[in-house]
Design a protein around this ligand. Structure first.
Ligand code: PGA
Length: 244
């Protein structure tokens, strides 16, 4: 029998943070009792790897759709991996809002896997889509866009992040999150064939809603934005994840 896979708590600093916050994080977090990934902005990746050592993994927030190219400002998955980074977010809704397409997401996933990075694929519906009863259609399209016609990466993680809950302070209820994550798991069955896929919930996760979200059977971890900028809050969320 295979080992049970531990829940995962990931922090996404977006375009925030500095070297001092990495140091604070390291001292508050100590050695977590579950898998933890910090995704700081690219210029802080090397520093995060050096300071967090082997206790906390480091992830990028994005990688380029391609290998080395004359594309000013882009960062390839290979370069990210060369910093000692193990993970990357792919397809975050804030990047999709800047014009990233499903084809871009699929290309980034390929680049990440080729470079040996473990991908956290982000999917989720807007409020309009939810209100129009398009939840299943949106998740199906986003998963198919990213995963169709490829072997599912062994370490793939999927983060369900409803766009209306990100950065708004209004998290999905535990029931809404469970319903959508269960749907994601059902949709993944079409692709996964035995891959061990953790499904995270993300969107206004705080210390006071983490335990209830983690009590849901189809939620295997959390992706945390704003609250990851406060080391104490993130440590409390990690404890809720570890204790689930
Ligand atoms: P939030 O962000 O926790 O600030 O809502 C989540 C995310 O964007 O991953």
């Amino acid at each position: 029998m295979s080992e049970p896979i531990p829940p995962l708590c990931a922090g996404n600093w977006k375009a925030h943070g500095d070297a001092e916050l990495i140091t604070d994080w390291a001292s508050v977090m100590g050695t977590p009792d579950t898998d933890v990934v910090l995704c700081p902005p690219h210029p802080l990746l090397l520093e995060a790897v050096a300071v967090l050592g082997d206790k906390i993994a480091v992830g990028a927030q994005d990688v380029a759709t391609h290998g080395p190219a004359n594309q000013t400002g882009n960062t390839t998955a290979e370069l990210v991996a060369s910093c000692g980074v193990q993970w990357t977010l792919i397809g975050h809704s804030e990047r999709r809002a800047m014009g990233e397409t499903d084809a871009d997401v699929a290309a980034k996933l390929d680049q990440a896997v080729k470079a040996g990075l473990k991908p956290i694929l982000c999917i989720g519906e807007s409020l309009d889509q939810r209100e129009a009863n398009q939840l299943e259609a949106v998740l199906t399209t986003q998963l198919a866009g990213a995963l169709a016609e490829k072997e599912i990466p062994q370490d793939l993680v999927v983060a369900y992040e409803p766009v209306w809950a990100i950065g708004t302070g209004v998290a999905a209820s535990a029931e809404q999150a469970q319903e959508a994550c269960k749907l994601v798991r059902q949709l993944l069955e079409k692709y996964s064939a035995g891959a061990r896929i953790r499904i995270l919930y993300g969107g206004s996760v705080k210390a006071n809603n983490a335990a209830e979200l983690m009590a849901q059977p189809d939620i295997n971890g959390l992706l945390v934005g704003g609250a990851s900028l406060e080391p104490e809050a993130f440590a409390a969320i990690t404890t809720a994840v570890a204790n689930s």
